[in-house]
Design a protein around this ligand. Structure first.
Ligand SMILES: [Zn+2]
Length: 298
């Protein structure tokens, strides 16, 4: 049973908005994130295919102020922390040097943060708060093409295809430690620990590109007699481009917007038109007259 869904799309939307609004430096980050998401979804599907007989709980993208865990598998016998890696090429772990490298086919070597250090840090955190259950971990390689080179002996590092075998092995190895109510309490405890981080980027808000951007060609649209129109590709906005502009503003600048800020951002002069469009968007608002501000909800 999935008790916590993966919510990385917020981060993805944030980066897409930033790139659209003039911060092209986030392109690489977006590509890495999207590759990661593909890998995680690929591994997520394995749980569904396993058809385990035992009751279990999955927490995807579990976060506290100091930790971000790809997946937590919880059952009455143990907790398994799953770290998902999406790395092309050949990977090698050097325990003594705490080094983790990836070698591409062309021989180029990159260093990465050692995932073993990462999962052990998560393990220590959970050991402090969870009583009565062994806390285990595994590193799962999402890409079938990744070649696993040197890994420390006995460390659970394997391909996605090995996850089911690993889980079934652990389920036979460990005995039941928690009663059903105690397990439920632990689910609640973990959910209470989970804190949702508001995805944010450290950007200069003054540099955010203004205007309603055409959803077809990304050019700035002009407002004429009732709607925004793209002068480049002739696309007439049905409301999608304006809503996207509002979402961008919400993600990059503020979730609240005044009539004046709205005019500045969508680049229209008339206060009445702004009032009309804001009303049409149907945002909840607070305050009266010039103090009125709208909460962007689209
Ligand atoms: Zn256009």
């Amino acid at each position: 049973m999935i008790v916590l869904q993966r919510e990385q799309t917020v981060q993805e939307h944030l980066l897409q908005a930033a790139i659209r609004r003039g911060f092209s430096e986030y392109k690489d980050k977006l590509i890495r994130l999207q590759q990661g998401i593909i890998g995680e979804r690929y591994v997520d599907r394995s749980w569904h295919d396993m058809q385990l007989e035992e009751a279990y709980y999955l927490f995807h993208d579990f976060q506290t102020t100091m930790h971000q865990i790809d997946t937590i598998f919880l059952c009455a016998k143990f907790i398994l922390i799953v770290e998902i890696k999406n790395i092309a090429g050949r990977i090698d772990f050097d325990e003594d040097r705490h080094q983790f490298t990836r070698t591409l086919e062309n021989g180029i070597v990159h260093g990465f943060r050692n995932p073993l250090d990462q999962v052990r840090r998560h393990q220590r955190m959970l050991q402090e708060v969870v009583r009565g259950l062994p806390i285990l971990y595994a590193i799962v390689l999402a890409l079938p093409k990744t070649i696993i080179g040197h890994i420390p002996q006995g460390e659970p590092i394997f391909h996605r295809s090995g996850l089911e075998f690993h889980i079934r092995k652990l389920l036979t190895q460990y005995a039941v430690r928690l009663s059903s109510p105690a397990l439920q309490d632990l689910v609640t405890q973990l959910l209470q620990m989970h804190t949702i981080h508001k995805a944010q980027l450290n950007i200069d808000k003054a540099r955010v590109r203004t205007g309603v951007l055409c959803v077809q060609c990304q050019s700035k649209m002009q407002y004429h007699s009732g709607h925004f129109k793209c002068s480049k590709c002739d696309y007439k906005d049905d409301g999608t481009s304006l809503k996207q502009a509002m979402r961008d503003y919400c993600l990059l600048v503020d979730e609240w917007i005044t009539n004046e800020e709205f005019r500045m951002f969508v680049e229209i002069k008339s206060g009445d038109t702004a009032k009309y469009l804001l009303k049409k968007l149907g945002f909840p608002y607070e305050g009266e007259k010039r103090w009125r501000r709208y909460l962007i909800t689209c």
